[in-house]
Design a protein around this ligand. Structure first.
Ligand code: AMP
Ligand code: MN
Ligand code: MN
Ligand code: MN
Length: 277
């Protein structure tokens, strides 16, 4: 059975390891087919592809695009993209552009809540200055003792209604799917079980995504609980979506599932990679 992992992050977005180091780490953990999907950025793809080849791992060029849909942040993964496509590159640059100002606003809120210096603190973890993310703030909040773990941070800070949460308007669903398809890629709804939509709203998201040319949803992901795997396998079948799988790896010990521990896709779904090799 091939270990196909189509969702993970390097330090080009909010992961800790360089693209080459993630490739080596994934290969050691038994991954055969590997996709790098940094947030809103494809700057790691060239190095990742070379490193994957060097360790004998098949590579899939990917990206995870932040969008706003019905007032919530949703992530759309693009797989098998041409990372040099001009429309995609322009769209991703526009999506990234508000992140630094947002980071300053987040830090101002944290300072008001008694945690000074969070902008500078988070910046220490940022390898790509265009891509300051809540994850970088989370690492700093753990470092300075404001929280005990990354999970603790997201329970008490940086989310709606909590200190450090700054609402942000990302790309639209149609833009993200359009950029991915323009770049020859396959659009996938990332970790659908993580959003707080009603069943009706979730159905509307799936319908609209399908109508725009979206092809797949993630079923087995480190961002789902195991009881969500059969639920989303069922939804994939009902909507005629292909099923994707990936750890959503960010750093050793930090992610919810490590490469070697993620289960295979349930039977009865068509893997998004069914016609790739
Ligand atoms: P941003 O794109 O700056 O809003 O940051 C979003 C990132 O924060 C996600 O990609 C995750 O890496 C991280 N994140 C969000 N919620 C959680 C959570 N509950 N636990 C751990 N990481 C989270
Ligand atoms: Mn992330
Ligand atoms: Mn995500
Ligand atoms: Mn992710």
């Amino acid at each position: 059975m091939l270990n196909v992992d189509l969702h993970c992050h390097s330090n080009v977005s909010d992961g800790i390891l360089s693209p080459a180091a993630v490739a080596q780490y994934a290969r050691k953990a038994g991954v055969d087919v590997w996709g790098l999907t940094d947030h809103d950025e494809v700057g790691g793809i060239v190095a990742a592809r070379a490193a994957a080849a060097a360790v004998g791992m098949q590579f899939v060029a990917g990206v995870e695009i932040s969008i706003t849909w019905a007032g919530q942040t949703v992530h759309i993964v693009g797989l098998q993209i041409d990372e040099t496509d001009a429309l995609l590159l322009r769209g991703l640059a526009a999506t990234r552009s508000g992140r630094d100002a947002r980071g300053r606003d987040m830090a101002a809120q944290l300072a008001a809540a008694g945690i000074p210096g969070a902008y500078e603190g988070a910046l220490k973890y940022v390898a790509n200055p265009d891509l300051m993310s809540r994850t970088h703030f989370a690492r700093y909040l753990v470092e300075c003792g404001a929280a005990t773990s990354i999970a603790d941070v997201f329970r008490r800070f940086l989310t709606e209604g909590k200190p450090g949460y700054v609402p942000h308007r990302w790309a639209s669903l149609s833009e993200a799917v359009g950029w991915i398809r323009a770049a020859g890629g396959i659009a996938v709804i990332a970790h659908p079980g993580r959003y707080k939509f009603s069943p009706v709203a979730e159905g509307a998201l799936f319908d609209e995504f399908k109508q725009l040319g979206g092809s797949a949803i993630e079923v087995v992901t480190g961002s789902h609980t195991p009881d969500q795997y059969p639920v989303y396998a069922d939804l994939a079948r009902r909507y005629g979506f292909l099923a994707s799988r990936g750890t959503d790896f960010h750093a050793p010990g930090e992610s919810r599932a490590d490469f070697a521990l993620l289960p295979p896709l349930p039977s009865g779904v068509t893997p998004v990679w069914h016609d790739w090799f």
